[in-house]
Design a protein around this ligand. Sequence first.
Ligand code: ZN
Ligand code: ZN
Length: 138
Amino acid sequence: MLTGRCLCGAVRFEIAGALGPVIYCHCSMCRRAGGSAFAANASVRKDAVKILSGSELLTEYKSSPTSYRQFCSRCGSPLFGGSDDSSITRIRLGTLDNAGGARSIAHIWTGSKSEWFQITDNLEQIDREPPESYCAPG
Ligand SMILES: [Zn+2]
Ligand SMILES: [Zn+2]
């Protein structure tokens, strides 16, 4: 069982399923939402995520008509994101207490990468949206 929480600790959650591969998203929305060079995400089944506390603070921003980004309204930690019509949600990995050995496989949306960050690892780089399998739960 994986556990995680936001910065202030109000929103706590557990994940009963395995994480999908870790991908680093350099899209401009993830950069703005996290205030950093990229977002580190892994996919899990929505029904594997259980909010243990703070669900009243879990706030949603619709970044497109069918896309949501959920965050703690007290401390601002980004927590989950995805599409309303999908059974999968993306966890912002920095909020996990541990990631259960999940492995990173790729940088995505590198066509939108900031000019002040250099990718120096050997992971695959995809300039746009990744193949569907990259966003499958573990
Ligand atoms: Zn919080
Ligand atoms: Zn992104």
